[in-house]
Write a protein that binds this ligand. Structure first.
Ligand SMILES: C[S@@+](CC[C@H](N)C(=O)[O-])C[C@H]1O[C@@H](n2cnc3c(N)ncnc32)[C@H](O)[C@@H]1O
Length: 201
């Protein structure tokens, strides 16, 4: 999807995602001491705002102006300060060695584009910094629910770690995420995500 398609999608609903942070973001990051964080593809800002409320100094990048505006409103409602950057991740050059955390959540790009974004993320990490990548896994097509149906933009743990030269991989695995289902009412299904946690030594 291009930025105009994302703008239309974000304009069509109150919140496309939720105002609450992703469950893996919370589980992996809640215990970290705050510092500077970079959220690549921040969307409506749920993760960026959560980090900011926990004391992080967050730079949130997205190419959807509509998504970023929603992020600004969420931040204002939560009393959080976030630096919102309207940019295409494929061209955006983050400051080198500057961030204690880089987050890439559900950036479903083609492998060659994602590789460039992840290599830029590695460069942006300060020594000791943490990279967290979460996204829809290829296995979601056959074992999961929701998410993009184009295999070209789906992750595997191996596909992500291949781009992380110079980092120490702490976790690289498939994880399951309950998703509310309409049928049966009140039931849930499970989505399959890739989760990679890596640190710069
Ligand atoms: C599935 S949403 C995830 C949003 C957010 N990370 C979250 O977990 O709630 C993907 C986001 O990536 C953004 N995006 C996609 N391609 C992009 C690009 N090339 N440059 C910047 N943002 C992009 C979209 O606008 C969208 O907000």
């Amino acid at each position: 999807m291009d930025s105009q398609e994302w703008d239309r999608r974000y304009a069509s609903a109150d919140l496309v995602w939720t105002a609450e942070p992703n469950r893996f973001v919370v589980a992996e990051l809640a215990d970290l001491a705050p510092g500077r964080a970079l959220d690549l593809g921040a969307g409506e800002g749920r993760n960026a705002v959560w980090l900011a409320t926990r004391g992080w100094q967050v730079t949130a990048v997205d190419f959807s102006a509509v998504g970023l505006d929603k992020g600004r409103r969420l931040a204002a409602a939560r009393g959080a300060a976030v630096d919102w950057v309207h940019a295409d991740r494929r061209e955006y050059q983050p400051q080198a060695a500057a961030f204690q955390l880089v987050l890439a959540a559900y950036l479903q790009l083609r492998a060659d584009e994602l590789d460039g974004v992840l290599r830029g993320a590695v460069t942006a990490l300060a020594p000791g910094g943490l990279l967290l990548v979460v996204g829809h896994d290829l296995a979601n097509l056959t074992e999961g629910t929701g998410g993009p149906q184009d295999p070209a933009v789906l992750y595997t743990p191996e596909g992500i770690t291949r781009s992380l030269d110079g980092l120490t991989i702490m976790r690289a695995e498939r994880v399951r995420r309950p998703v509310a289902a309409n049928s049966p009412p009140g039931g849930h299904r499970e989505a399959v995500d890739t989760l990679v946690r890596a640190i710069r030594g």
